[in-house]
Design a protein around this ligand. Structure first.
Ligand code: ZN
Ligand code: ZN
Length: 180
């Protein structure tokens, strides 16, 4: 969804009120949401305001997706939401823009655009990418998959883990024992 700066009225543009909300669920299409396997927006708001060439993008979103558990590989549903406020300055003004941006709040998100318009999908891609977890686990108690027999230890207690632990050092000990 491309918005030209010339389309933004003085009071700002409520993007989804003006263009409809039907594009929201498809806004992240084409994005690689790793480590999630799927991710889509369930809700989004965005208001664009133009101020002497700079653009303010103020919005929020809720997203949902799915990821394989880092320990047991079972699918895990993931939900997250974020509100954001970004300042986009024209690329051509980058040197001046940077010093100007440095004077503003430190935690303010500052980016660049070509001065003509912007792709709304990119704004949400960027904001979603910032919130993607490094890894997903189904629960803190997840016992994962047994490295020896491949059993999901949340569902079945495998016999390998009962009694003697089969770590790499045990295997070495056994090998040594056989040689001697
Ligand atoms: Zn798990
Ligand atoms: Zn096992």
């Amino acid at each position: 969804m491309y918005i030209r700066v010339s389309e933004i009225p003085g009071g700002g543009l409520d993007v989804f009120a003006a263009r409809g909300r039907s594009a929201i669920p498809r806004m992240l299409e084409g994005m690689d949401p790793a480590p999630l396997s799927t991710c889509r927006l369930t809700d989004a708001e965005l208001v664009l305001t133009a101020e002497s060439g700079d653009l303010w993008a103020e919005g929020l979103y809720t997203a949902e997706g799915e990821a394989p558990c880092d320990r047991c590989s079972e699918p895990v549903a993931v939900r997250f939401a974020k509100a954001f406020r970004s300042l986009l300055v024209p690329k051509a003004r980058e040197p001046a823009g940077t010093s100007q941006a440095e004077l503003r709040e430190e935690d303010l998100d500052v980016g660049y655009y070509d001065g003509r318009g912007l792709e709304v999908n990119d704004i949400f891609w960027e904001q979603v990418a910032l919130e993607l977890p490094l890894k997903v686990i189904c629960s803190e108690e997840c016992r994962g998959i047994c490295p020896s027999c491949g059993a999901n230890r949340n569902r079945e207690p495998c016999s390998c883990s009962a009694g003697t632990s089969q770590g790499p050092f045990d295997v070495l000990k056994n090998l040594k024992g056989k040689k001697e």
